[in-house]
Write a protein that binds this ligand. Sequence first.
Ligand SMILES: [Zn+2]
Length: 320
Amino acid sequence: MLDELGGMRYMSKKVNRSVAWLFGLIAVFFGVLLITSNTTNAQAATTNEYIIDNRIQPVAIQYREGTFSDWFGYENGVGKPEGVVVHETADYGATAENEVSYFNREWPNMQSYVHAFVDNNAIINIHSTDYGVWGAGPTANAKYVQVELCETHSQDAFARSIANDAYYVAAKLIQYGLPAVPGQTILSHNQVSKMYGEITHTDPTGFFASMGYSMDQFNDLVVTYYNNLKNFGGVYRDGGSNTNAGSNNNTPAANVLRVNNPNGAYVPIMALRSDGTFARVTNRALMNNTDWQTDKTTEVSGVTYRRVATNEWVATTYVV
Ligand SMILES: [Zn+2]
């Protein structure tokens, strides 16, 4: 295998070209049907108008530890990405959960992995964004957080997926103290392909177009969410009952913990040593107000801990 900066690691398509063409044609066909039906319903709003008019609320980011085992920092260091690359899976009908399972199993064969998958119902982050992934060629992999949008084909589902995707991008830019600058810190895979000339992928442009949407419109939504999150703590400045995004007020699932450290910016995590005692993990921590999948509970010195990764535990005193 090539090293992470020398190789040509990129998103390899999981369908062959002819099948992809067929799906593309089907997608365009349904896209046309949707546009027609929307027009006849006199609801011909743009996707961004539909999102904002309906105050569509992004879901919380779920953090899980995936199987990707190449922990490499960015060119500027661990925890120093320079922006976010937006991909689209080109996988008709596959959900974020489907893609997470697929990539966790197949990345060694495909030589590709990304930080997160987003659909209309979920934002699933499967690799710490402090570290790089293999999604867009060696130069981009050393610079950017990378997120894949899953395909949905109704206006409402597409709008929800776009709201989730834009929220993820805005939240990551804020997390790393980056400005929201289209073409610089917010990039499509298509733009990255042109900038660095290492690969030829053009997503998400074609899928966006099939849904009557564009990267420019997506950039507008990211910048809107970014500014509102920074200034008002939610994705809408007048979000009414739906001002969650920054604080993730939707209820997590039963096997999901929400963690917060009221006295600091991060929630500490502990690793279990072979002698049964805990050592604090010094190079990683959990962001405040984030959701983590958990599967085990243990008690050490009178403190209860929940497991959130292979050997990463969080004290229940930080569970919201
Ligand atoms: Zn891509």
